[in-house]
Unconditional design. Sequence first.
Length: 326
Amino acid sequence: RFIACPQLARTVRRCLQGGAGLGPQPLLLEFAPGPGILTQSLLDAGFRVIALESNSDFLTDLQSLESSLDGQLKVINGDFFRMDPMAKGALKPPAVSSEKLFETLGVAAVPWRADVPLKVFGIVPQQLERNRLWRLLFAMYECSSIYRYGRVELNLFISEKEYTVLTAKPGKSKIYQALTVLAQLGYEIELLHKEPWSSFATNLKNGGLAIPKAGRLPNDHFCLVRLTPQQNLFTGGLKPSNASTFIFMVKQSFAKPKSKLTDRLNSWSLDNSDTLLKALEIPKNASMCNLYPEDYKRLFEALQNCDLFAETFFHDEVLASTRTMN
């Protein structure tokens, strides 16, 4: 867990306040607030905050802050990344039900193309950071969990390493990945702020600053990124009902990112790939890592209309991927 310094709190308040736009006292769901340094800044900015905290060491102070305010802060014992687990039976904290949470928030479901119904803010834990981003993507494409209520906006601190992957351009085979394609198709990605790691202190026993190794990718900063689901995501043949198949198609395409698209189509039992690529105006010699995110969506929509496309080929892999993300 990372704890932000007071100077950073003012920066966060300025970034989020600029995008408030949800009435005189906009609602914000904050996860893992810790000691409440950023929480206090958000309250000062005029936000009404629902704080999800799973660490008992911080709950007492947060609840004390809650009792001193007139309904502007509500503290809930829960973990944002244990939202709607697949486990059966009644949920026990820190697991959280999105249905009960949104009932508490007083936020009703709206159509996908409507305005943003809720803004979320928090620092994504570095442990299993990539897995957490994947889980949010799965939920968004399937319109499940928090996305059953509409285009929930995420304002997240993520590592510079992952931000670089999310915003990579085609042809960069080392960093242009399946996550890149799906994130750029699904979200409007906006960098709000870059902050050096030194602005965050850990609550580790030795008081040191844990900076994950990132190989060749830059990782000197935490990046505050706004992820707003695209209004036009579900147009054409892509729907929440077949989104899992689309996700796995993209993931499988990047198993060998430098392989030719024609070879991949042939592996999917498609024997008229030349005709398809000509119709889509995609070069025959195109590699998987050279396709733009929009190309993947157009390709998937075209395959949906092809009788020879073996969609059932993906079935078991889709279920396995979904279970892994949960």
